[in-house]
Design a protein around this ligand. Structure first.
Ligand SMILES: Nc1ncnc2c1ncn2[C@@H]1O[C@H](COP(=O)(O)OP(=O)(O)OP(=O)(O)O)[C@@H](O)[C@H]1O
Ligand SMILES: [Mg+2]
Length: 211
């Protein structure tokens, strides 16, 4: 009897696993087209509100080093965050390592040259021998959608899930437009949650549940 039930369990798990990705993919398509429909002015105004809200948080004020993405396309603009962090903190930005295709942190200073990668995203040159800190105080996380439990959907490469499974980060703050907060997101075991979500309308603190 047991192998029979075991077989059924594997069968249903496989179906759920197969359904997971199409669900995420449909959400990605819808949310990306909604985000692309925002005007440039709206993006700048909302991004400024997010920047100000982030500045008001203890996790930002107390952070000595931060990891923050360089925005592209219709994402929340991170220029102001990057400029402030360049002056006041140790700033690390993402780079895709050409060898491993994984996202790695690279220290950015005022003299750092940025180049467009294959996806049109600006990044610095990666030096695998450069020192990186043993942890990041704060990571600023992009996303196509978040829910109020801290679940996140990105572009679907698993870059941030992989990054957070490797590099210790004290506080993860997702930044998004208010319309990107969705009631309940599908999520898999490997999906990493955020601790806070900051939109132009509110700061959402996610209660940490025991694992
Ligand atoms: N820690 C990890 N190491 C390597 N691959 C991983 C890890 N976590 C997740 N993945 C893989 O990444 C793939 C995409 O994951 P998912 O659909 O959650 O992307 P995402 O979180 O939306 O992407 P991104 O973070 O790049 O925006 C999955 O197929 C998964 O197997
Ligand atoms: Mg994920």
């Amino acid at each position: 009897m047991l192998p029979f039930y075991g077989g059924i369990f594997i069968f249903f798990s496989a179906i759920i696993e197969m359904r997971g990705d199409p669900m995420k993919n449909n959400l990605r398509k819808t949310l990306l087209s909604q985000r692309d429909a925002l005007s440039k002015e709206a993006i700048y105004i909302k991004s400024y509100a997010v920047y100000q809200a982030l500045q008001s948080t203890k996790s930002y004020q107390e952070s000595k080093n931060i990891f923050c993405f360089i925005s592209f396309g219709s994402e929340i603009k991170t220029e102001l965050i990057l400029a402030d962090a360049l002056l006041n903190k140790d700033l690390y930005v993402p780079c895709i390592d050409k060898q491993t295709k994984k996202m790695v942190p690279v220290k950015m200073t005022t003299g750092t040259q940025l180049y467009k990668n294959n996806f049109g995203i600006y990044e610095p040159t990666y030096d695998p021998h450069a020192d990186i800190p043993d942890h990041f105080d704060l990571a600023i996380v992009p996303g196509l959608a978040f829910d109020r439990r801290g679940h996140r959907i990105g572009y679907g490469k698993g870059h941030y899930d992989n990054f957070f499974s490797k590099y210790p980060v004290t506080h993860k703050a997702g930044i998004a437009f208010a319309f990107q907060i969705i009631v309940d997101l599908p999520n898999q075991d490997y999906d990493q949650t955020v601790d806070t979500i900051i939109t132009e309308e509110e700061i959402i603190s996610i209660p940490r549940l025991p694992k």
